[in-house]
Ligand binder design. Structure first.
Ligand SMILES: [Fe+2]
Length: 502
C-alpha cells in the first residue's frame, strides 16, 4: 500500500459534520480538537481560523492529510441527489476548501494526501490501539460510499500499518442512517441527538423491532435495507405510539444488525482483537455485548468523523501513534483545582471544572466537566435542572478504575471503560440513583492511576468520603458545544450560577 512517511502532519476532517483538526509530530499527538469548540456552533462541519491557528502553533506541517476523497464523495452525492453539494466546485479539492473556509494562506501549497473515509476511521482506531494486529470494524451513517467496512489491520516488519478490506456494505444501506432516521422520527435532531434516543430506549417496550425489521430490512445479516433512509422514514405509516417504544425498538434492531456484522467480522478469523470505529461505535448500550464476539476491544474515544482528522494524519505518518489519553485540545493553564473542588463538592455538592487540555471526543472526561456527589436521591433532578435537560436522563459515573468491579458488573471485553465506551450494571443501585438509568445500567468512566487531575480528585474524594466515584456530565450551556476556554467557563458561571474552577 502507500509508503510515504511524513513527520509533521496536519490532519483535517471537514465538510459534513463534526469537523476536527489533529497535529501529529514524529508519532506523537500534539493537538487534536473539534472545530465546534472554537466556533461555538455545535457539530460545526467546517474548520475555522481559530482552530487552525492553534494547530499551527505546533509548527509548520510538512503534509496535510484529509479524511476522505472529495471526488468520490461528489459522485455519491450525485447518486443520492445532493446536487447543491455535488456541484459546489469550491470543495473539489482540499486547497479549494481551505481557501473558502479559512483566511490563513500558504496551507494550500503544502503537500496534501486524501484518504478514503472508512480507511481514515480505521486508522484512527488501529494506529492508536495497543494491538499489533486487529480486526477493524467501521460502522457509520454515510461518507463516500461505504457505510460498513471490515478490515484486517497489522504492522509489517518496518512497523508500517497495513490495511486489507475484508468486506463492506455501501450506500444507501446504512445502520447509522437507520438510527438517525428513527432519531428524527421521535422528534429529535438527526446527526446530533442519537444519544438521547439511546437513553429513551430504556423506558420503552421492545415490540416495534419486528415491525421495523419487516418494514425496512431486506437482508438482516448484511444490513441491507429496503429503501434509502437518507431523508428519514415516512411517519404517516406509523400507528400512533409512544416515542419511547419506538426508541426501544430501533435500539433493539440496531443492536441485532451490529451483532450480525460483528459475527461476520469475527468469522474472518483474522484476530480476536477488535478495533471498532465510526459514529455508531458511540452507542455504548450496544457496545456492552461486543465481548461475545471479540476478546479485546479498543474504541478510540472519538470514533466519529472529528476523530478521522487523527486517522488521516496517522495514515500519512504510517506507523503506530503514541496514545496516552484524550486530553489533547485547548489548554487552560494551571494546576487541576483539586482542593477547591473537594471543598465545593462537600459544601455545594456540585462543581464545574475547566482545567488543562480539553477532551478530544464528545464526552467530558474530567477536564471540562460538571461534577457532583452521586449519593442520595436528589442530585439527579438538581443537575438536570442546572443543565436544563429532559428529566428522564441520568448521568454518568466516573470511578477509580481499581474500584470499578466492586461497584459495577463490567461487561466482557471491557475490564476498563476509560472513555465511557460501554454500559455496565451497578451492584448497589439504591445508593447511587443519579447515575443509574431506568434499565439499571450506567455509562461508566474508569480512571487509571495515570496522574491526571481527575484521578487525583477521585483519590482524595475517596479518602474523604469512602465513595470512589463522582457524577460526571459535560460542562456546556444547553444547545452549545462543550466549554473550551476560560471565557466559555465564565459565561457558564454567569448563566447557570455554578462555580467553574480552573
Ligand atoms: Fe464517518
Amino acid at each position: 500500500m502507500w509508503q510515504h512517511t511524513y513527520m509533521k502532519l496536519l490532519g483535517i476532517s471537514a465538510g459534513f459534520h463534526d469537523s476536527g483538526v489533529t497535529v501529529i509530530d514524529d508519532g506523537e499527538i500534539k493537538f487534536a480538537a473539534h472545530s465546534e469548540r472554537y466556533s461555538k456552533s455545535k457539530h460545526d462541519e467546517h474548520i475555522n481560523d481559530q482552530i487552525l491557528c492553534e494547530a499551527l502553533g505546533y509548527g509548520q506541517p510538512d503534509c496535510l492529510a484529509y479524511y476522505e476523497r472529495p471526488w468520490l464523495k461528489k459522485i455519491r452525492q450525485i447518486y443520492s441527489g445532493q446536487y447543491d453539494l455535488a456541484f459546489d466546485t469550491t470543495t473539489l479539492t482540499v486547497g479549494g476548501y481551505l481557501n473558502k473556509h479559512s483566511s490563513i494562506r500558504g496551507l494550500q501549497k503544502i503537500k496534501t494526501h486524501t484518504y478514503n473515509h472508512h480507511l481514515s476511521h480505521a486508522a484512527a482506531g488501529f494506529q492508536t490501539s495497543p494491538y499489533n494486529k486487529a480486526t477493524v470494524v467501521v460502522i457509520d451513517a454515510i461518507g463516500e460510499w461505504d457505510t460498513i467496512s471490515i478490515w484486517a489491520a497489522e504492522y509489517d516488519r518496518k512497523g508500517q500499518a497495513q490495511y486489507r478490506k475484508l468486506w463492506r456494505q455501501r450506500y444507501p444501506h446504512s445502520i447509522g442512517m437507520f438510527y438517525s432516521a428513527m432519531t428524527k422520527h421521535v422528534g429529535l435532531k438527526p446527526m446530533d441527538e442519537e444519544y438521547i434516543m439511546m437513553g429513551m430506549a430504556a423506558y420503552g417496550r421492545v415490540h416495534w423491532d419486528n415491525f421495523m425489521k419487516a418494514r425496512y430490512v431486506a437482508n438482516e445479516s448484511t444490513a441491507e435495507f429496503k429503501e434509502n433512509l437518507h431523508i428519514g422514514v415516512n411517519s404517516e405509516e406509523w400507528i400512533r405510539t409512544e416515542d419511547f417504544d419506538i426508541a426501544a425498538g430501533a435500539q433493539s434492531l440496531t443492536e441485532n444488525l451490529i451483532y450480525n456484522i460483528m459475527r461476520k467480522a469475527r468469522d474472518f478469523g483474522f484476530s480476536s482483537n477488535l478495533v471498532y470505529m465510526g459514529g455508531v461505535a458511540l452507542n455504548c448500550l450496544a457496545n456492552r455485548n461486543l465481548g461475545a464476539y471479540f476478546e479485546n476491544i479498543w474504541i478510540m474515544p472519538n470514533p466519529g468523523d472529528a476523530g478521522s482528522s487523527l486517522g488521516a494524519a496517522a495514515l500519512a505518518y504510517g506507523h503506530r501513534v503514541s496514545w496516552t489519553n484524550a486530553f489533547l485540545g485547548h489548554n487552560i493553564a494551571g494546576d487541576y483545582p483539586t482542593v477547591r473542588a473537594l471543598d465545593a463538592l462537600t459544601t455545594d455538592k456540585i462543581v464545574g471544572i475547566a482545567s488543562g487540555r480539553a477532551e478530544f471526543g464528545p464526552r467530558a472526561l474530567g477536564n471540562r466537566s460538571l461534577l457532583a456527589d452521586p449519593r442520595g436521591p436528589d442530585i439527579k433532578d438538581k443537575v438536570n435542572e442546572i443543565k436544563r435537560r429532559q428529566k428522564f436522563r441520568p448521568f454518568a459515573p466516573v470511578i477509580l478504575e481499581e474500584q470499578a468491579q466492586e461497584y459495577f458488573h463490567m461487561p466482557p471485553g471491557f475490564s476498563n471503560s476509560r472513555y465511557m465506551q460501554a454500559t455496565a450494571y451497578c451492584r448497589h443501585p439504591e445508593q447511587f440513583p443519579a447515575i443509574i438509568h431506568h434499565d439499571g445500567s450506567s455509562r461508566v468512566q474508569t480512571v487509571p492511576a495515570d496522574g491526571t487531575g481527575i484521578r487525583e480528585l477521585l483519590e482524595k474524594w475517596f479518602v474523604l468520603t469512602g465513595c470512589p466515584m463522582l457524577l460526571n456530565t459535560s460542562l456546556n450551556i444547553r444547545g452549545e458545544p462543550m466549554v473550551n476556554d476560560r471565557a466559555d467557563a465564565d459565561r457558564f458561571e454567569r448563566l447557570y450560577g455554578i462555580r467553574v474552577l480552573s
